[in-house]
Design a protein around this ligand. Sequence first.
Ligand SMILES: Cc1ncc(COP(=O)(O)O)c(C=O)c1O
Length: 495
Amino acid sequence: MANHSFPSSRRGNANLSRGRLIDMKKELQGKTYYDPVTNPSGLIDISGASNEGMRDFLEEFCKNKKQTPSIAEFLEYGGVTGPPELQKAVSDLINDWFHPSVPIEPENILPTNGVSSLLDMVAFNIADANEGVLVPTPMYSMFEQDLCSRAQLNIIPVTMSRPLDQFDASHKKSFIEVFERSLKSAQRSGIRVKAVLICNPCNPVGRFYSRDTLMVIASFCGKHGLHLVADEIYALSGFESPDGFDNFTSVLSLQNDPKQGILIQNIHSFYGASKDWSMGGLRLGFLITRNAELWNTCRRLALFTWVTPFSTSFFTDFITDKENTKKYIALNQTRLREKYLLTTAAMREQKVPFHPANGGLFIWVDLSRWLGYFPGNDNITNPGESRETQLCRFLVERGVYMRMGELSLSSVPGHFRFVYTSPGDEGHIAVRRIRKACIDLESQNSMEKYSFDSETATQSSLQEEGYESRGKETGMKALKIARQAKAHWRRFLCM
Ligand SMILES: Cc1ncc(COP(=O)(O)O)c(C=O)c1O
């Protein structure tokens, strides 16, 4: 049959080259997932940042919830940005936990159906198509979709020569120098830069920026006329760091200081229900801004981010009870810390290298030393073929799926985001599977060596490897196994 489908728009089609995450997920189709009882060898997918550790608390809350709005109330449209009680409840929450330098009023809040929608909306309203936003790397991997798919902005990466130094106050000067260089280089390529976007704590590495660092970033923004936008969706998912790292400081807590370029009207925070509250299904995100023009332009687009009466009623009830909120936050932080300590202990024991963290739901795992077992390069402009992608697929075959660092524009190939909040023993088993995969790579590689030797038929290499003493027959057997291993390995690479 002839193809009668009409083409999509150019900008729609342009998005097909973005969103590799969607393609990676497609590759997993057909895999069966881990279940301790029914499928213990299934794939452990620790790629998604969700926290199931507070389910019992939430279920208890639902059981004890006295008032339930009528079906009619739930099925009505409701207000585009929800009822006024929601804005009041969120402003109270922010005043209690984010320590804003001036109290946040309900009219500073704009509710939307999630932070993803909010990022898209604010991107549209702070910059025009082809303008730029400076984003420190490694960045939240979906920023590319959020800022580029519809608003068509350019992400200008801000990359420290030693990644992760940026969180520490002692490196604030060099961090700003990198910001300055990235800004200049964007300008030289004709890109007008309109904003800085940070994620605090940083997804994917789980670190908080120090207050001093936030201050210098804010000054840099003021000096160059840029908005400072902070995605603070994991603000309260932090814990006392065994490594002495900083804890959460909100950009809203910075004092207005025009002399230093800190202009709080141009500093905006994003918050939501998905992470700290484990309520991703509610689809709620909040713009918190003291910039009336930004609020108004966003309100004009809120028809596309309409919130539901069920979500707003549930969330308002949950956070209005301050005792409940306090208990929830404390318990969540305690549980996150315990799970983090258990997971990192397992990583140490199994010799899986990682960077310590104390915020968000993730650990930045460093598998760079195993990249050498794969052919190709680390060119992320041709990412489907990078060694990191091959390693990712290899790990999937060994039963673990983690999000790749290159999706976060990580400057050091071989990093993966390990979400440690999965239920039960999954995290532990995932660590063991990673270790096993690394060992398999190492042993397959030495097999590979024998196989190559067979082509040049050098008896001497077999001698070096100690096969001579075991006789020719044993040597031939080793070559046969090596060939099988090599063929097996090739199959992984061509998945
Ligand atoms: C840093 C960050 N921002 C935004 C989002 C999206 O949040 P929402 O569920 O509110 O759309 C996520 C989800 O993973 C995230 O990690």
